[in-house]
Design a protein around this ligand. Structure first.
Ligand code: HEM
Length: 520
């Protein structure tokens, strides 16, 4: 298993939910410079600032209400609080896990990535890792869990098909079609005050699920159909994704002997993963069969899908299945939650919303199709998405296990230390970002140097280096298309108190997303 211990008590869960939340991944690797190596003058790891553990109870007691000084601090706020109390490099130990190093300084973050090597190590989620190793041995190279050479081989296959802009452009039209269906659906979802229903986030997940499974499985599943049967295979997908994430969190942090005995939570996770694996296998086999029947000429003249390319390049259907599972697990809740933050930020920042709509009116002529060239021109729209990823990121930090000993801010950080680059803390810090609490898409446009962060390592919402998000281009495409189409048609308003957010595996709204959408 990863170094995160399962079987933690509730207080320890607080710190560790933060860690799980960052577990998911550019291509720059530079050799470490001398000052990065630990030197005899480095102060020992034991002296790195952080809450000191006491015998037996470690730091667990600090989370106990009425006793501990960290009680009541949510996983979302914990890294910020630790950094406020102890400085930009904080060690948290004594939670029945190996120590965790929280880092919220762009220079140190850059150091983490500069020294990660060609096979960056990120702890996998142990329950999913266990599932693959024990039940789907043929899928254990999956990007979400594998490390080392096994990860690198599969990642290079995925990069060739999913990270190439020309392959992604093929999806502008189908992603546009999915978003169009979603927008039609929105019309019937609104109440008489033109407000969206309490469960609108679930609808967003259907949109993200329909979009990404089209990429991963070459199939329109029908998640957005009005007459979707909730008991059908498709109708159960969003619920099953939810089951996977809830079970993962419980197995990872709860006091559960799931590896020794089959607990109900483990069975729930296994059931959902079995359904996904069977569904993906069936569809990948169909595509492999279709490819096998095609002549060489047909193959050469055809615009191949991402899945077709992957199957042709790898000659292995298991690669297609693992790819689909990675995309579904990493690509539905992330994009849905991030887009919900974007819509909320636009609804609560009318001036910025009007600037975005003015750009759409200027660049997108009535009746003109949505194309890759048009999206390229929507600079303010893309800046708004980037700003939402800074101000309300769905992933708040990036996890790495150090590949070598380091000298960080004068402290010796041993090889193998689990480090959390707390990007959200940096993104909200006045030290690194001018006017950090304001939603200012213009800060990402040329000419606004005074609003830019002090370093490119402050805002890295998709991670960095060879292990960065493998779905970034698709996530960007989905968000750009939906945002452009929605804001061209509707104006968004918010008439409620600030909604609550919670750090689960990803950050999510926990109060209803009751946006009002009015025809422009
Ligand atoms: C707004 C949406 C998204 C955000 C903010 C996001 C963010 C991230 C982050 C921070 C990582 C970890 C990067 C690192 O360790 O350096 C990651 C990894 C990953 N993401 Fe995303 N992601 C999003 C959407 C997607 C989508 C749509 C897909 C699928 C098409 C996807 C697939 C993956 C995969 C497979 C990994 C693991 C990559 C590896 O370890 O090689 N993500 N993502």
């Amino acid at each position: 298993m990863g170094t995160l211990a399962r079987g933690l008590t509730a207080p320890a869960r607080c710190a560790n939910q933060q860690i799980l939340a960052v577990r998911l991944r550019s291509t720059i690797t530079v050799s470490p410079t001398l000052d990065e190596a630990a030197t005899p003058d480095s102060r020992p790891f034991s002296e790195v600032p952080g809450p000191k553990p006491v015998p037996i109870f470690g730091n667990i007691w600090r989370f106990i209400p009425g006793i501990g000084d960290l009680a009541g601090i949510t996983p979302y706020d914990l890294p910020g609080e630790l950094v406020r109390r102890y400085g930009p490099v904080v060690k948290l130990e004594g939670l029945f896990t190996t120590p965790r190093l929280f880092v919220a300084d762009p220079e140190c973050v850059q150091q983490v990535f500069r020294t990660e090597g060609q096979w960056p190590i990120r702890e996998g989620i142990s329950s999913i890792d266990y599932y693959y190793k024990h039940y789907r041995k043929n899928l254990e190279f999956s990007l979400g869990t594998a490390n080392g050479e096994m990860w690198q081989k599969f990642r290079s296959t995925v990069n060739q098909v999913a990270m190439q802009p020309r392959n992604v452009k093929v999806y502008v039209e189908p992603i546009d079609a999915v978003s169009e269906q979603f927008i039609q659906r929105i019309q019937s979802l609104r109440d008489e005050n033109l407000q969206l229903p309490d469960d609108f986030l679930t609808e967003m997940k259907k949109w993200a699920g329909e979009s990404i499974t089209y990429v991963a499985l070459d199939t329109r599943l029908g998640l957005l159909e009005d007459n979707l049967d909730p008991q059908s295979e498709t109708g159960r997908i969003i619920g099953l994704v939810q089951d996977v994430f809830e079970s993962m969190a419980k197995l990872e942090f709860g006091l559960s002997p799931w590896k020794l005995v089959s607990t109900p939570t483990w069975r729930k996770l296994k059931f959902a993963m079995d359904v996904f694996t069977e569904m993906a296998t069936k569809r990948v086999d169909d595509v492999a069969l279709r490819l096998a029947k095609m002549s060489k000429e047909e193959l050469e003249s055809r615009q191949l899908s991402v899945l077709e390319r992957l199957l042709i390049n790898s000659k292995d259907p298991a690669k297609g299945v693992a790819f689909a599972l990675d995309m579904m697990l990493a690509g539905i809740d992330t994009t849905a939650n991030q887009t919900s933050f974007l819509l909320y930020l636009l609804a609560t920042n009318p001036d910025q919303q009007r600037t975005l709509q003015a750009e759409l009116d200027r660049e997108w002529a009535p009746g003109a199709p949505l194309t890759a060239a048009l999206l390229e021109r929507l600079k303010y729209t893309r800046a708004a998405i980037k700003e939402s990823l800074r101000l309300m990121p769905v992933v708040t930090g990036i996890l790495r296990t150090s590949n070598q000993d380091l000298n960080m801010k004068g402290y010796h950080i041993p090889k193998g230390t689990t480090t959390i680059c707390s990007t959200y803390v940096m993104c909200k810090s006045k030290e690194f970002v001018p006017r950090p609490d304001d939603f200012l898409p213009e800060r990402w446009l040329p000419g606004n140097e005074s609003l830019k962060p002090t370093s490119p390592f402050v805002n890295i919402p998709f991670g960095f280096g060879p292990r960065m998000c493998a779905g970034k281009r698709f996530a960007d495409l989905e968000m750009e298309v939906l945002c452009a189409k929605l804001l061209r048609k509707y104006s968004l308003e918010w008439h409620h108190p600030k909604p609550e957010v919670q750090q689960q595996l990803f950050v999510t709204f926990t109060s209803p997303l009751k946006i009002t959408m009015k025809e422009r």
